[in-house]
Write a protein that binds this ligand. Structure first.
Ligand code: G3P
Length: 218
């Protein structure tokens, strides 16, 4: 499963990229606002750090203006992936862009039927929002299972990008279901490394090693 960071914070992206485990980045207008940075500038800087897809979202609601915005965004770098909302105009835009070889991430997906439409429109990625479903009393991971089933039935190439990930269990469940990608806030990705027994184990090994009086590098 690919790991994308859901953020526009450069320091976090650099730190995660240094692990070699970061496959891409997703941003959205809220994350850009939170960063306080200029959209074009920060997107360019992210694209320079990460080799994989970097999602940059259009904000227009009509197809014609979405296409104009996409035109500007895709000039930022070769690894820009245009993010469009799951609406009729968004999917029209998706169809036009992917027919032209541009990567498209269809966002704000909340049903398997919507995911089916995005696949038919040739989306490179579909972003179902699991956390926001959970917030509303629906198990978001069931949506991922449904989309996996539908996509496998017809061998659609659209990658399932689990979004609105809030905790490490979402990551584990995504991997068990066979999602292609998950995008999570840096904090959640950092938490994946942690286990109290790992820390305890290191502590014990170091204590015993010290008692031998030896050194590997001596
Ligand atoms: O980029 C979309 C996304 O992951 C949103 O997450 O936590 O705002 O629901 P959240």
């Amino acid at each position: 499963m690919k790991f994308f960071a859901d953020t526009a914070e450069l320091d976090d992206i650099k730190e995660l990229a240094a692990t070699g485990l970061l496959d891409g980045v997703t941003t959205n207008p809220s994350l850009i606002a939170k960063s306080g940075r200029d959209f074009m500038e920060v997107t360019k800087e992210i694209c320079d750090i990460v080799d994989g897809p970097v999602s940059a979202e259009v904000v227009a609601l009509d197809h014609e203006t979405m296409m104009k915005e996409a035109e500007v965004l895709r000039k930022i770098a070769d690894n820009v992936c245009i993010k469009v909302p799951l609406t009729i105009d968004g999917l029209k835009t998706c169809k036009s862009l992917t027919s032209d070889g541009t990567m498209v991430n269809v966002t704000l997906c909340f049903s398997a039927n919507q995911a089916l439409l995005a696949a038919k429109a040739g989306a490179s990625f579909i972003s179902p929002f699991v956390g926001r479903h959970d917030d509303n009393g629906f198990n978001g991971m069931e949506l991922i299972e449904d989309i996996r089933l539908v996509y496998d039935n017809y061998e659609y190439g659209t990658e399932i990008l689990v979004a609105s990930v809030r905790h490490v269990i979402h990551v584990l469940e995504s991997a068990k279901i066979g999602a292609d990608v998950m995008t999570a806030p840096p904090k959640v990705i950092q938490q994946l490394f942690n286990h109290t027994l790992t820390d305890k184990g290191i502590e014990g090994f170091l204590k015993d090693w010290k008692s031998t009086g030896q050194s590997i590098l001596a």
